[in-house]
Design a protein. Sequence first.
Length: 574
Amino acid sequence: TPAPSTNFLRGIIESDLVSGTYAERSNGQGEALPQVVTRFPPEPNGYLHIGHAKSICLNFGLAADYAGRCHMRFDDTNPEKEEQEYVDTILDSVKWLGFSWEHDGKSHLYYASNYFDVMYACAQALIRKGLAYVDEQNAEQMRENRGTLTEPGKNSPWRDRPAEESLRLFDEMRDGKHPDGSLILRAKIDMASPNMNLRDPAIYRIRHATHHNTGDKWRVYPMYTFAHPIEDALENISHSICTLEFEDQRPFYDWLLEQLAEEGFFKKPLPHQYEFARLNLTYIITSKRKLRQLVDEKIVSGWDDPRMPTIVGLRRRGYTPEAIRLMCDRTGASKNNSWIDFSVLEGALREDLDPKAPRAVAVLRPLKLIIDNFPEGVSIDCSAPVYPPAHPEHDTAHRHFPITRELWIEREDFMEVPTKGYFRLFPGNKVRLRYGYVVECTGCDKDEHGNVIAVHCNYFEDSKSGTEGSSNYKVKGNLHWVSADHALATEVRLYDRLFSDPHPDAGGKDFLAALNPNSKEVITAYLEPTLKNAKPGEIYQFERHGYFVADRVDSTEGQPIFNRAVTLKDSWGK
Ligand code: ATP
Ligand code: MG
Ligand code: MG
């Protein structure tokens, strides 16, 4: 395995290991803690997408590389949008990507909502310390008094109310005595701070809503920026890795944990937040709201439509965990936002599949080839004497290659009037039918519009591949084919990118206007008979065409349906 790529996060971890920043920690029950404890903290409000895969690979990957552990944590502090369905699919996707939250036989799966009691106590401690107050300004007044980047904000008239009053009101908020939005708990920091996030940020709000885990126990819920540092500290996270948009939150993160450590809630060393640039891939969108719109408006068949950038969609499309991890590793972690071309992910998939995907013959744009001098009703095995290996390096499948009088070939493998340099089938030309015989083209049949509907040829009985006579035939063309009597006729979906614009939703653009009208073409293809046994999820290289996966949802026993994962070469836009 290649050495892991270096990135600035590795640098930070390695210097912490050298200086022993997190060397002497125990979990309170006397057990030593690893020096590197990271977490992947999704909100269970949607399906994971390729951007999340980046965060998963970084957090789980760094922990594994430095003998640490990574916590799987649901950041479920928002009661309204969260559902069990999302919890289940998120766990599934992380496992499928190849990661585990087990460490030394112990599961590290956590729910932020299980910490609501501690969070409430933390908020009370801040109030007692004179560092938080219940504000009665409405949202609009708060906005007005917040100031701007160039002007300081104005202190709330409730800012200096006695701690006892705030404590009483906070309890009343919790007990459901006040409607949503009427009161809010704010940290008391500095209304003139150049960092807007330190201008008395809201830390607890009223929400009369049922939570998927805590039910109706709470009428107040912590804000993300308050909850997240506490979750990290409670779990003894060492390196809290997040995306760049949280950079301005770091001073609050540090301020809060410092204050709470003074109150005895947490022991030092405290967790530290580090920011990296989110993964931006061209030709996709990752906003959950917009992805949901694609599903709701039935532009795609669901969250797992093979064109979706979700993990479930990529999986159904034929992407492998190895390919996704390879792309994430290659693109490293950076401090600067940039775009990664989608072809990087496609390239990683080809690279992963080439050494392992069995080869198979598929005719996607079929044209009938009739061998006029071949006896009717006869079938000759072409898997001997030259056996067509399912893979150039290793062969697993047993392939079955009967030749009969009528075959399917690719439409593009015949030209009635050949262009210069064309050496496939045209009247008078000889080609080899791969693993079979040499044939000579004699002509074609046309319909009333002049379209070619069948091609005729004669075969040379002594030309079979691997037999002595075959060496007497020197031909340039070597065509793939399947027997019309034996082929598996089945649905194949030729998927392409969902959007034709590299930045479908950049700058507030209407992403629906950027949809690629040709992102899905459904055809009936003729496949080599062996493929009748393809199991859902198996991936093949259809020679000359690309990598195709047997669809996990729509395939049935003996009748797999295939999705094109990626073409053999990068042909986008060419
Ligand atoms: P979305 O913007 O799609 O709604 P989110 O960031 O709100 O995503 P979370 O469930 O909070 O969704 O994300 C879990 C983790 O995944 C967070 O730590 C977040 O920073 C990270 N993450 C989300 N999108 C990306 C991305 N494009 N690149 C890297 N990390 C990401
Ligand atoms: Mg989020
Ligand atoms: Mg987001």
